[in-house]
Write a protein that binds this ligand. Structure first.
Ligand code: ARE
Length: 491
């Protein structure tokens, strides 16, 4: 926490200095509010612990990112595919992403930099292989071998009765259809299994992590997840992965009582207008009938599953990706988590490894990108993109200011965070002008997506400049452009 406060303080100092520099300019100086504490997270997919530590220090903390979501840390099957990480064989912290010591050092360094760590906890299942064998990375099979491993709860999800359960329980062939992609389901109703999972989560907490993504939470009854996490210290952050599915009986709302949930509907509603140019409030505003309340929602443009599946907008189209992320970061719904992965042409391909199967270190430059023609395995490094950095600043400046109704003009769309900032995007093929009502003071503002105020501090803009006059912000946007101005980016 102290790191977060220190960082917010540094931003205030920088902004005040900028305001002082305005003396002598033609624009009257304005009072710039204190930026809000960072709340945005980032998923660093399949990044080794040594590299995560470095990113916390060199890119995440400077960008004002509050927390990092890791890939699973558990010992897992030996396989080249990235999803080997989701087939644990033990609760030891030894994986292709690093050793226990490297994990502990990473958490300590991230925390020291003011970045909290959220571990990806795979507690629904162990590996899918029937017998321990040569395919395993390690030798600890104790949990896989538990009697009562196969949960009855998943049978109920398949519409089976208790009697069916008893029969099916004995027949591995038949139960497989009720398990998540043939993975050996843990009996999370069992006190022994709960205690073992609890001990694993406590172990991670003892190393300094702040909370957990509960992988495949939808496949664990909410009461079981609650029973496990309620034993953890107060303040442990819990983010359940419960993919909302049309017509499915298990919904994220069941998991809201004891933490946050990933709200998959957000991206599903955010991205179609970006492709067809038809924006309609309130789809992008506060009134979101298909979504959990804002305080329970973790929102994202894509993640490691959806960039290989349902996501229409990913880093493969950087321009549209910036637009989507800009709208998400500018908005007041949910807690955003950015996604930073690697380029691939085969959905199964793991991140590049050394001869021993350990994922290679990778680091992102200070501020650069996006690079649109990445080779397979190269990292997208969204945390380094100046556009993303600018939007994180915008979000800090917007604070808790209300999100005003959106306006559209042709293929352009924009909205204000009342009195604090305005964002506008153009998803069409032509230059588009859009006027967004605002209560921001008249003046010339630097667009923070194309670089914000000049680094030289001479009152100029590194990129585009837009003006506010008489309660209207006017943007002339190139095809595929996004723009954002805020009180701290006034010239
Ligand atoms: C792999 C192979 C399988 C094989 C299995 C066992 O791909 O063919 O049967 O191993 O040998 C990841 C990969 C999987 C991989 C698995 C284990 O994505 O391909 O299987 O690791 O190595 C549902 C769940 C949701 C889950 C998604 C993938 O509800 O929880 O499926 N997401 C998490 C992680 C994944 C991970 C797992 C869970 C498993 O984020 O990365 O799988 O730990 C609708 C439904 C959703 C459903 C979704 C996709 O939207 O509403 O419930 O999500 O479709 O099917």
């Amino acid at each position: 926490m102290s790191g977060l406060r220190a960082r917010a303080g540094a931003v205030v100092a920088a902004v005040s200095a900028a305001v002082l520099l305005l003396a002598g300019c033609t624009q009257a100086s304005i009072e710039v509010p204190e930026p809000a504490a960072p709340d945005v997270g980032i998923q660093l997919f399949q990044l080794p612990w040594t590299s995560v530590a470095k990113e916390c220090e060199t890119t995440l903390a400077p960008a004002g990112i509050a927390w990092v979501l890791l890939s699973p840390a558990q010992e897992h099957i030996a396989a080249d595919e990235w999803w080997a990480s989701y087939q644990p064989v033990s609760y030891q912290l030894e994986s292709r992403l690093g050793t226990r010591d490297e994990f502990a050092d990473m958490v300590q360094r991230c925390n020291a930099a003011g970045v909290e760590v959220i571990a990806d906890a795979v507690i629904n299942h162990m590996t899918g292989q029937d017998e321990p064998g040569a395919g395993y990375a390690g030798t600890a099979y104790a949990h896989y071998d538990y009697p009562g491993l196969y949960t009855e709860s998943d049978f109920h999800r398949c519409g089976l009765t208790a009697n069916d359960d008893i029969q099916l329980y004995k027949n591995r062939e038949q139960v497989q259809n009720c398990e998540l992609v043939n993975l050996a389901d843990l009996d999370t109703a069992s006190p022994t299994v709960r205690a073992t999972i609890g001990a694993y989560l406590e172990d991670l907490l003892s190393l300094g992590v702040s909370g957990f993504r509960i992988d495949a939470a939808k496949h664990i009854p909410a009461t079981d997840v609650e029973a496990i996490v309620s034993q953890l210290p107060q303040g442990t952050r819990i983010m359940s992965e419960v993919i909302r599915g049309a017509g499915e009986p298990i919904a994220p709302e069941e998991y809201e009582g004891f933490g946050e949930v990933f709200e998959f509907t957000y991206a599903r509603e955010l991205t179609p207008p970006l492709e067809n140019g038809v924006f309609s409030d309130p789809v992008l505003s506060d009134d979101r009938p298909q979504q959990v309340p804002s305080e329970a929602a973790i929102v994202f443009v894509d993640n490691h599953d959806t960039e290989r599946g349902e996501a229409n907008v990913t880093a493969r189209d950087p321009q549209l990706y910036i637009i989507a992320n800009a709208l998400m970061l500018a908005d007041d719904y949910g807690t955003p988590v950015l996604y930073s992965g690697y380029a691939f042409s085969d959905r199964d391909s793991g991140a590049p490894t050394d001869a021993d199967g350990r994922v290679l270190d990778a680091s992102c430059a200070d501020t650069t990108g996006p690079v649109s023609d990445l080779a397979d395995g190269e990292r997208t490094c969204v945390q380094s993109w100046p556009a993303i950095r600018g939007m994180l600043e915008f979000r800090a400046m917007a604070g808790d200011a209300p999100r005003m109704p959106g306006v559209d003009s042709g293929d352009a769309y924009g909205f204000e965070r009342e009195g604090r900032g305005v964002v506008a995007v153009n998803v069409g093929d032509d230059i588009q002008s859009i006027e967004v009502p605002t209560t921001m003071p008249d003046g010339a503002y630097c667009d923070v997506i194309t670089g914000g105020p000049d680094a030289a501090g001479d009152g100029g803009c590194a990129g585009s400049e837009y003006s506010v006059s008489g309660g209207i912000a006017v943007f002339d946007l190139d095809p595929g452009a996004a723009a954002a101005i805020h009180l701290g980016s006034r010239r």
